[in-house]
Design a binder for this molecule. Structure first.
Ligand code: FES
Length: 110
């Protein structure tokens, strides 16, 4: 029998309040040693890895357009809702994290 250790250990952690991230903006957060970006897209929250997969650009500083964020360093685009890369020079996806809201708490599963 084998287990996915990562899934067993991952749990939701409160990272901020819903009021800490304005609509259609982003906030960088650090959870359990991992750097993530939390996005508020029209009141719905999403979290992806903070470092661009091309050369580590800070996606929390990227321009947001619809469901997309553009890396501020060389312009790669990612889908905020899935972590999928949408345009070069990045060729691999960023990790996506599960997010849930309980009351006014935003929780991320890391
Ligand atoms: S570091 Fe993001 S596009 Fe180069």
């Amino acid at each position: 029998m084998s287990f996915e250790l990562v899934n067993i250990m991952a749990e939701f952690t409160k990272v901020c309040s819903i009021n800490d991230v304005k609509t259609n903006s982003a906030k960088r957060i650090s959870v359990n040693g991992q750097e993530l970006v939390l996005f508020n897209l029209n009141g719905k929250f999403y979290a992806i890895e903070a470092a661009c997969t091309h050369a580590g650009g800070p996606l929390d500083e990227g321009a947001i357009e619809g469901n997309e964020v553009e890396c501020p360093w060389h312009g790669a685009k990612f889908d905020i809702t899935t972590g999928k890369t949408l345009s070069p020079p990045a060729s691999s996806d960023v990790k996506k994290y599960e997010v849930k809201v309980e009351g006014s708490d935003v929780m991320v599963k890391v």
